[in-house]
Design a binder for this molecule. Structure first.
Ligand code: FAD
Length: 301
């Protein structure tokens, strides 16, 4: 995947003192890329310019031509610890891989834990993709079928963003993901981490997913949560262009739930691509929403 640019110094000359890996490298598969930089700290992050991109797992970046890109900045070289659990909740670094997230063992009180694995496994790829794809890459790519987007939306995820001027801001994931491959990230802004609050991790969850083929990308992916006080939320992803989260103070009746879905997703607002037609997506979304509701209708623990 990588190699030395013709005419560039030998690899040894590109190694920073004391480093075992080159700090500048050339991505051969993306023929427009001139430089790959591996910053070691925030202070080493570059001045951002047109043609720059953050590189995480590279599973999408290397999967198609990127004619507008010239420089890649490898976020994995920053060495962020992948995850951290505390009384307040779970913080995932943007560079935490889907495989590492799936392996995570969470405290018993966080009964939403099975949802983590269900969402990870909704990213259908080889072990190479699983071990490379990151939480941040999935969120920032902002595909409707992004399963980490579904997880983060259902569990009220909050994103920490780093701006090039050194400032930071926090955004709910529903405000980060604006549409297919469209986010609220400003040029040069980095998603640093995703925080999932303990309160959301302590809710019961129900998960439903459907695709047109057994190993196909999600056509609809829905998650329900139920709090100890009865509060119910429904997250709809994959069938709509951006994640949608509906919240109810108590479990709605089936008809009320369907009315709320129809109000939030009017006709013509279901997503249309090779992974499903809008009329099919509308039908399966309504069906799976009722299943999610019924699964969570039982008494709360
Ligand atoms: C076989 C295969 C199956 C797939 N299946 C699915 C699927 O089912 N659902 C789905 O949604 N996607 C799927 N994808 C695409 C998938 O979203 C990505 O492959 C993966 O989640 C991207 O993660 P990455 O770490 O590899 O990101 P990269 O490819 O490194 O980057 C993706 C984009 O996000 C940007 N980016 C990455 N990290 C950050 C950050 N921290 N801050 C700011 N910008 C950042 C990059 O600049 C780039 O624009 C699939 C891809 C493959 C190859």
């Amino acid at each position: 995947m990588f190699g030395r640019r013709p005419g560039s110094p030998p690899v040894g000359k590109l190694l920073a003192k004391g480093s075992r890996r080159p700090s500048i490298w050339v991505a051969m598969d993306l023929h427009t890329i001139e430089t790959l930089i591996r910053p070691r700290s925030r202070a080493e992050l570059p001045d951002w310019r047109a043609g720059d991109a953050w590189l995480a797992g590279g599973t999408w970046l290397y999967s198609e031509p990127q004619p507008d890109l010239r420089r890649l900045f490898d976020l994995t070289s920053l060495g962020w610890p992948p995850h951290h659990a505390s009384r307040g909740g779970l913080t995932l670094s943007a560079t935490c891989t889907v495989a590492a997230l799936d392996r995570l063992e969470l405290p018993g009180a966080w009964i939403a834990a099975p949802l983590v694995g269900q969402c990870c496994r909704a990213l259908l790829g080889s072990f190479k993709v699983w071990n490379g794809a990151t939480v941040g890459g999935n969120l920032c790519l902002a595909l409707p079928a992004g399963p980490i987007i579904a997880l983060a939306t259902a569990l009220e995820g909050e994103c920490l963003l780093w701006a090039p001027d050194g400032s930071e801001r926090r955004l709910p994931v529903t405000d980060l993901v604006l549409g297919p491959q469209r986010t609220a990230l400003a040029p040069g802004e980095i998603l640093r981490s995703l925080a999932l609050p303990a309160a959301a991790l302590s809710r019961r969850t129900a998960f439903r997913r459907i695709s047109l083929s057994p190993h196909g990308r999600s056509g609809a992916l829905l998650v329900g949560t139920r709090a100890a006080d009865g509060g119910f939320t429904l997250t709809v992803t994959a069938s709509v262009p951006r994640p949608l989260r509906l919240a109810f103070p108590d479990l709605p009746g089936r008809d009320d739930l369907l009315l709320a879905i129809d109000a939030a997703i009017p006709d013509g607002r279901y997503y249309d691509d090779v992974h499903g037609r809008p009329d099919w997506r509308r039908q399966v979304t309504r069906l799976l929403a009722v299943e999610v509701r019924d699964e969570l209708a039982g008494a709360c623990p």
